[in-house]
Write a protein that binds this ligand. Structure first.
Ligand code: SAM
Length: 275
């Protein structure tokens, strides 16, 4: 968990807001829970999207969990103030409203009142997330909902070029084992099987968003907020040199056109209700 602390920069992450928000909204629009008691957002990041869950279900206790101290500190600014004994800090999940806590997804389990579990763009960071999910599905009560989105772009040029450069002679020694491989997430059919085996009525789909990004080197700026963070953390003062080489490769793979740079982004969605 300590490692994540320096990997995330909330202000950097919320750049490209619309493109980053849309998959969450597409995901959660398919969750049919009417009046859930406890809602959890695993890997909630800066909390702005978790807050939409609280707005949708004002009677629910909505808890965002993230391992990054910086992200949780940013998210706390959105938490519902609780007066008196029912302090959100003392028991984040006890009162209706929005609360955030620092924690590792790998340690989380649904409680008896967990009616909605959301995780957007986070489980790809958690090794063994399929086994974890299958444990949650076994524990969820009938009528509970799960909604998960993971990026399906580990085979895209942005990631392949990053991995190839990291494996080159210049960088191999410093970056050995730092980046995840193209099996960080499974294929949609695997997730569908997992949800069905877990006893859910399931809906799994994928979308490639053709994102039009403005500005200079926008793909580099995008990955600086997410996938490149482990590289930046590992390289420290050598980061600028890596970024220079990487951005030259990105400029070839994602040429800037008259209207901006098209950065296709595949994402995998799964939503289900426990039967
Ligand atoms: C790409 S951001 C997504 C944030 C948010 N869900 C959103 O959609 O805007 C991934 C988040 O997952 C968090 N994360 C990664 N591994 C985690 C873990 N093992 N436990 C809890 N949070 C984790 C990171 O700290 C980061 O805030």
């Amino acid at each position: 968990m300590g490692e994540q602390e320096f990997l995330w920069e909330p202000a950097k992450y919320v750049e490209f807001g619309d493109h980053r928000n849309r998959p969450f909204l597409d995901l959660t629009s398919r969750i049919g829970a009417a009046a859930p008691r406890a809602v959890v957002d695993l890997g909630c990041g800066p909390g702005n999207l978790t807050a939409t869950l609280s707005a949708r279900w004002p009677g629910a206790s909505v808890l965002g969990i993230d391992s990054s101290a910086a992200m949780v500190a940013e998210a706390q600014k959105l938490a519902t103030p609780h007066d008196g004994v029912a302090s959100a800090a003392a028991s984040p999940h006890s009162a209706p409203g929005l609360a955030f806590a620092r924690g590792d997804i790998a340690d989380w389990h649904p409680g008896p009142d967990t009616d909605v579990v959301v995780s957007n763009a986070a489980l790809q960071w958690v090794p063994g997330h399929l086994e974890l999910m299958s444990g949650w599905l076994a524990e969820l009560r009938p009528g509970a909902w799960l909604g998960v989105q993971v990026p399906g772009n580990f085979g895209a040029p942005s990631h392949m070029l990053m991995r190839e450069l990291a494996a080159s002679q210049r960088w191999r020694r410093q970056l050995d084992g730092v980046l995840r491989h193209d099996d960080a997430v499974a294929e949609p059919g695997d997730y569908l099987e997992l949800l069905l085996r877990g006893g859910l009525r399931a809906d799994v789909w994928e979308t490639t968003y053709n994102q039009l990004l403005p500005g200079e080197n926008p793909v580099l700026e995008w990955v600086r907020g997410t996938g490149l963070r482990p590289v930046l953390a590992a390289l420290g003062s050598d980061s600028a040199e890596f970024e220079r080489e990487y951005s030259a490769l990105l400029a070839q793979a994602y040429p800037r056109g008259e209207h901006g740079t098209i950065f296709p982004f595949r994402r995998i969605f799964m939503v289900g209700e426990k039967q």
